[in-house]
Design a protein around this ligand. Structure first.
Ligand code: HEC
Ligand code: HEC
Length: 373
């Protein structure tokens, strides 16, 4: 008898759930109430923490920063609920200890297949007005965050499913209400999910490296090697203007990038159609853009090997050996890719300087770590 009652109850519960799914159950099913989210909406605006020497952050008017939005975005970033088999999250390829890269030449997705590109570091993205991804194909962080979920080589899940999983989840509906003021589970959408992820990403700001401390906060002194490396890196300190590495032409400014696109000469191809990955040209359709990629920031570069869009160089030594050759001379190679003298001493000096850009307070910041651990 008891069992029968229980199973009847279970059946009734099932009916309610399935009826509520399409929102038009038989009379007696209070679907509206089931859909309502119980939580207080009291958004607390937050300001980003960044130094004056950085440009103004880009925050879309329709996605203002709030404490609850950032907290939700952090959860989503680390939650494997975004993948088809619940094994991977954004953080699987963007590990904070590696400046949010994955240490791989090309990253493996849930299906065990690899894409053709290397994962990118995540920091100071709030200051980039010039497109995301190696080829700049996403204009905003919100647009960027839509891509990995449905990418078969990454999380391989449909947003329809993700929305459904989040709506059914015991906690996410309340978190979405706290972040965006929605009243019903049915209002929980992918657009809000990517807004939250973008808010979290905008807080990921790195400006506390040894370089920042020595140069901007007058804390301590550079070593002789670091000082010599700095003089090689920055064009303005070049003593011989015909023979210098010229790195700051493309990795300059307080961000160590201006987010511009170049062919930096790594590919040995016969003509502009020969690039195995067209990069910017694949997006603009302009053949002259083939083989151009975004010059990334060199902050935290010590942590993000292997290097370049396809992870072709394993070490900074290999990167410098490449630049010193002056590239392969493909017609759209940037004019600032010129051969220069790279003695063993120059090499070690430049690397000492690049390692000054490592920001351990950034990678260890408790606010940026996995909230589920
Ligand atoms: C399977 C590995 C993988 C997963 C999972 C993944 N990414 Fe990425 N991410 C990459 C790769 C590879 C690139 C570069 C792709 C390209 O340029 O085409 C990238 C690029 C990015 C960029 C661009 C950074 C820049 O400077 O332009 C951001 C931001 C980013 N990912 C965030 C995310 C978020 C948010 C998620 C989760 C929704 C995520 N990623 C999931 C591998 C991954
Ligand atoms: C003409 C512009 C230009 C100059 C000059 C230049 N770079 Fe680059 N750099 C780029 C571009 C573009 C990329 C990305 C290319 C790619 O992935 O295909 C890049 C990538 C890199 C990377 C790999 C970044 C990563 O996240 O994988 C390092 C390291 C680097 N450059 C260091 C240097 C150093 C050191 C110098 C000076 C010796 C220098 N660059 C000079 C444009 C330039």
């Amino acid at each position: 008898m008891k069992i029968k009652i229980l199973s009847l109850l279970a059946l009734a519960a099932l009916l309610v759930v399935s009826a509520c799914k399409d929102d038009q159950g038989p009379s007696g099913c209070n679907c509206t109430e089931n859909d309502l989210i119980e939580a207080v909406y009291d958004p607390q605006p937050i300001e980003l923490d960044y130094p004056e020497r950085f440009p103004k952050p880009i925050i879309p008017e329709d996605n203002p920063m709030t404490a609850a939005g950032v907290a939700l975005g952090r959860n989503l970033f680390y939650d494997p609920i975004l993948s088809s088999d619940s094994t991977m999250s954004c953080a699987s390829c963007h590990n904070p200890q590696l400046s949010f890269t994955d240490g791989q030449a090309n990253s493996e997705g849930v299906l065990g297949m690899r894409g053709k590109r290397s994962s990118m570091a995540i920091f100071n993205l709030a200051f980039n007005a010039n497109g995301f991804f190696w080829d700049g194909r996403a204009a905003t962080l919100e647009a960027q965050a839509l891509a990995p979920v449905e990418d078969h080589l990454e999380l391989n899940e449909s947003w329809d499913n993700v929305e459904e999983k989040l709506r059914q989840h015991p906690e996410y509906p309340a978190l979405f209400r706290q972040a965006f003021g929605i009243e019903r589970k049915s209002e929980l959408t992918r657009e809000l999910a990517v807004k939250a992820i973008a808010q979290f990403e905008r807080t990921l700001i790195s400006y506390n490296s040894r370089f920042d401390k020595v140069v901007w906060e007058q804390q301590g002194w550079p070593t002789d090697a670091e000082q010599r490396g700095r003089d090689l890196f920055f064009v303005e300190f070049a003593t011989n203007t015909n023979d210098h590495p010229g790195c700051s032409h493309c990795h300059g400014s307080a961000l160590f990038t201006e987010n511009r696109y170049f062919n930096n000469g790594i590919s040995n191809v016969n003509d502009l159609n020969g690039f195995p990955d067209k990069g910017l040209g694949g997006i603009t359709g302009n053949i002259y853009d083939n083989g151009k990629f975004r010059a990334p920031s060199l902050r935290n570069i010590e942590l993000t090997a292997p290097y370049m869009h396809d992870g072709r160089f394993n070490t900074l030594e290999e990167v410098l050996d490449h630049y010193a050759t002056g590239g392969h001379g493909v017609i759209n190679e940037d004019a600032n890719i010129q051969p220069f003298t790279l003695t063993e001493q120059n090499k070690q000096d430049l690397i000492s300087f690049l390692k000054m850009l490592t920001d351990t307070t950034y990678i260890n910041n408790p606010a940026f770590q996995n909230p589920f651990e």
